[in-house]
Design a protein around this ligand. Structure first.
Ligand code: NI
Length: 136
């Protein structure tokens, strides 16, 4: 099995605020991230697929196609957006990096061609904080 990763990038705004909690509870759980006037991140998105290299191309998957797919199905929907307000697949969810990684996984799964297996969505919220999701 060979693993192939493509890195894409987007900027987005969000806040971490649970509407069913009090302002004090939100501040305690999320600190500055609960700021009602939003804040932003420069996200780095690593998408890894796996498979056996095709005998004809030597590729697990055409990486240009993978890049296009990530940009069309994910980056177009989140880049320069407000994750809490603008992104259909985050509606009704807490906009944590964890939930965003799961949402991105689900969007990609809908559009990957048959025979290409998604292995991991790894999402950096900051250079020192990231989430990995393997679909389980
Ligand atoms: Ni944040």
């Amino acid at each position: 099995m060979v693993y192939l990763t493509r890195l894409e990038h987007f900027n987005a705004a969000h806040k971490l605020f649970n509407p069913s909690w009090s302002i004090e509870q939100n501040e305690q759980a999320f600190g500055k991230c609960a700021n009602e006037n939003w804040h932003g991140h420069n996200y780095e998105l690593y998408v890894t697929v796996k498979g056996q290299p095709d005998p004809g191309t030597g590729f697990v998957f055409d990486v240009k196609q993978l890049s296009l797919l990530i940009r069309e199905q994910v980056v177009e929907k989140v880049d320069h957006m407000n994750l809490n307000v603008d992104v259909d697949f985050m509606k009704g969810k807490m906009c944590s990096t964890e939930n965003l990684a799961v949402g991105i996984w689900n969007e990609l799964m809908k559009h990957l061609p048959a025979g290409v297996q998604l292995h991991c969505v790894k999402l950096y919220e900051t250079p020192r904080i990231y989430v990995e999701y393997y679909g389980e």
